[in-house]
Ligand binder design. Structure first.
Ligand code: ZN
Ligand code: ZN
Length: 335
């Protein structure tokens, strides 16, 4: 046998071995990109499925652009296009969001199915918009207080919680969650239910378990540990602009309930209790119901005078707890 033929045979065998190794490696890499690929396509796409999904996506966007009205036919076509797209790439978060928003008015059942499937996909678990939209479409189906309405509200609540757990920091996600709670109170007028739902949320955030800062283990020269700082309710858990927003929402709802249903004894009782509770741990301007702080003489929202609290009886400076005034040394603990 000629030497060159042997050489060629060796090269052939080595090349086949390397090719097999590379194919195995490439498959592992592809599976890494798209974990759920195994279940979706047996077709050997050699890693092109993501690219094909992108092309389908661009076609879909163009289709949306030239479709003026999403009637039954357009919805059916959209469902087919998206099915193909998700077969190629089941982790295409944007496509679930956009697709569901295109069809939910005409075909809420399909939109919900699409979003619920995406919300279960572990590859999309950090995307809070998908569970939020699932909850949103469910809430849009709530028209009254039938068994079906309550089912939708219950599911919506679960999805809003999932969105909040995935770190949604947008205020409207929280508002939607509270509205789902309110929709579940089937025996109450909607506005009163919303007021109770907000109040429940507020109480939860205000509870001492909410976030009492731990006292630092400070050891003074005497060897005794420094007494824990006195935190008033003002500083527990829930404060700042978020709290002000929630308080003004509650006050607004209470005012609206009283104005709209003055003859409903339940409304008058509940709103009275809610505002009373609010006033026990919050100082509200009596003109505009804005929250004001210790030592304030005028409301920062409307400029009207407010009943000042939390000032030293001797020098009149604002104090925030403690045994002595930090400005003049006056003892503050009453005996
Ligand atoms: Zn005011
Ligand atoms: Zn003082």
């Amino acid at each position: 046998m000629k030497k060159s033929i042997i050489f060629h045979l060796v090269v052939l065998v080595v090349a086949a071995g390397v090719a097999a190794f590379l194919a195995h490696d490439l498959k592992a890499k592809q599976d890494g990109f798209c974990k759920s690929r195994e279940q979706l396509s047996r077709a050997p796409l050699a890693g092109f499925h993501k690219l094909l999904a992108d092309i389908k996506w661009m076609q879909f966007i163009q289709y949306c652009g030239r479709t003026e009205k999403f009637d039954d036919q357009a919805v059916a076509e959209t469902n087919v296009m998206l099915e193909e797209l998700f077969r190629l790439d089941p982790d295409f978060g944007k496509a679930y969001e956009t697709g569901a928003m295109m069809i939910y008015t005409q075909d809420p059942a399909s939109a919900i199915k699409m979003l619920e499937k995406a919300a279960e996909n572990p590859m999309l678990k950090t995307n809070w918009r998908i569970p939020y939209l699932a909850g949103f479409v469910h809430m849009r189906q709530v028209k009254g207080k039938t068994v079906e309405d309550l089912q939708h509200a219950r599911k919506a609540k679960i999805y809003f919680d999932q969105a909040l757990a995935a770190n949604a920091s947008q205020g409207y996600v929280l508002s939607s969650r509270v509205r789902a709670d309110a929709a579940l109170m089937a025996d109450k007028p909607p506005k009163l239910a919303e007021l109770i739902a907000w109040q429940t949320y507020y109480e939860g955030r205000r509870s001492p378990m909410g976030g009492m800062p731990a006292a630092p283990p400070f050891v003074a020269g005497s060897g005794k540990s420094f007494p824990a700082p006195q935190f008033s309710m003002e500083y527990m858990g829930f404060y700042g602009p978020d709290r002000e927003r929630v308080v003004s929402r509650i006050v607004n709802l209470a005012q609206q309930c009283r104005a709209e249903m003055p003859d409903n004894p339940e409304v008058m009782k509940v709103t009275g209790e809610v505002v009373g509770k609010l006033l026990s741990d919050t100082h509200l301007c009596t003109y505009c119901y804005a929250i004001y702080g210790s030592g304030d003489h005028f409301c920062k929202e409307c400029g009207k005078p407010v009943a000042t609290y939390g000032v030293c009886p001797k020098c009149g400076e604002a104090v925030s707890g403690g045994k002595f005034c930090i400005h003049c040394g006056q003892g503050l603990v009453k005996k």
